[in-house]
Design a protein around this ligand. Structure first.
Ligand code: CS2
Ligand code: MG
Length: 402
């Protein structure tokens, strides 16, 4: 089953997506998401200029060998561009394998470990009361788990607080928007938000919060401690994740569960975090951490150490990634939760899919392969538009992590 053709489709039905499409000599096609928010064309070029020439004529059934060929063969290991490209190839090959055997991809990984997959969505508002309303709207849709972010009194804008009601798109400009940051103002604003949310919604609803890597370890420890009475499902990305051992300090001070990993590219980025049980949830995604094959290795390491998964699933992860994530989530034992931010209607029309949402849970569907397609004619009507993620500066103008 040789790979006969391959191409990268870049489109922007509401936001930019880069998608790899592989075609075998038997006429089976497979899709992989290659989207790297704000740097989409770098991955498209990596695939078109450096990977596709290596794929033509190779056996599409040898997924692990092709993964190692691209990973070890590049000499230059890891990094978001390389790993998004490898992810796309890996995902497309699993899609082809499922279709060739006429089974949904999750059946290739031991079948379903659960009936459906718990997901969470983002509720946000400019102030606490608007955030309460946004959480209520998500509850009406059936969500059992909701991430809550609120504007910070005294700061004009904050990353993570969406402008619309149900959609959230942080890449908003053809030069980066600038947000202003103050850890002091932020740390004072978050506990009252969750106090209010618990008062309004009781104990049953799962509540999550994303710090977006903006605190120091001791600040994060304070926040985790202050939030303990409100029993968060998790506190996400409390500090920049590069220094894995910095989580030791946070861990010493708080029982609030910790989640990290949306910007990680490989198992080596989270090895210490998992082995020392410094986190509770690993958030690596199919598209940014080496595809389904590599994500399964991360999940296996995590399972040994009682760490569960909680894959990134913001709007910039395409429906192809969403489908792949759901097959992965349904099959592994140590699944925790899946992030699910809805795509625009245009995106859903460009990528028709078999996955579905009902009562706060999702299922990948029973279509062979991933169960997602791309309408190339429609995709061509939405050309690429340069868009960047915002940046963050402290009140005195110093660049800050967001
Ligand atoms: C966020 C995302 O979903 C999340 O948890 O952190 O908004 C993230 O910042 C974007 O996906 C970046 O592309
Ligand atoms: Mg996040």
């Amino acid at each position: 089953m040789k790979i006969a053709d391959a191409k990268v489709i870049v489109c922007s039905p509401g936001r930019n997506f880069a998608t790899l499409k592989l075609l075998t000599e038997d006429g089976i096609s497979g899709l992989g998401d290659a989207t790297l928010n704000g740097r989409e064309l770098a991955v498209a070029s990596y695939l078109s200029d450096h990977v596709i020439p290596l794929l033509i004529g190779r056996d599409a059934r040898r997924i692990e060998d092709l993964w190692q060929y691209l990973y070890q063969g590049a000499y230059w290991r890891c990094g978001p561009v390389t790993m998004a490209a490898i992810s796309a190839v890996d995902t497309a090959l699993w899609d082809i394998k499922g279709k060739s055997l006429n089974v949904p991809v999750y059946q290739l990984f031991g079948g379903a470990s659960r009936e459906s997959v718990l997901v969470y969505g983002h509720a946000s508002g400019p102030d606490i009361e608007e955030t309460v309303k946004a959480v209520a709207d998500y509850r009406k849709l059936g969500y059992k788990a909701i991430r809550a972010q609120s504007g910070i009194p005294g700061l004009p804008s904050t990353y993570g607080v969406g402008k619309g009601k149900m959609h959230y798109e942080p890449a908003d400009n053809d030069i980066p928007t600038e947000n202003v940051w103050s850890s002091e103002l932020y740390l004072n604003s978050v506990p009252p938000l969750f106090e209010r949310l618990r008062k309004e919604f009781g104990q049953e609803l799962h509540l999550l919060h994303d710090v977006h890597h903006r605190l120091t370890p001791i600040e994060a420890a304070r926040l985790g401690k202050d939030l303990e009475p409100y029993h968060l499902f998790w506190l996400e990305d409390p500090v920049p994740g590069e220094l894995q051992q910095s989580f030791r300090l946070i861990r010493q001070h708080t029982t609030t569960p910790l989640a990290v990993g949306e910007v990680f590219n490989s198992i080596y980025d989270c090895q210490q975090l998992i082995q020392e049980q410094l986190i509770d949830y690993i958030r690596t995604s199919v598209v940014h951490a080496g595809g389904i094959s590599h994500l399964r290795k991360i999940a296996s390491l995590a399972e040994l150490h009682h760490v569960r998964t909680g894959s990134h699933g913001a709007t910039d992860l395409s429906p192809v990634c969403m489908a792949a994530a759901l097959h992965f989530d349904l099959s592994i034992h140590n699944f925790g939760i899946q992030e699910y931010m809805r795509h625009t209607e245009d995106t859903d029309r460009v990528f028709p899919h078999s996955y579905s949402f009902s009562d706060g849970m999702m299922h990948p569907g029973e279509a062979p392969g991933l169960g997602v397609d791309i309408d190339e004619t429609l995709a061509a009507k939405f050309p690429y538009r340069r868009a960047y993620l915002p940046i963050n500066r402290k009140l005195d103008g110093t660049m800050h992590s967001w």
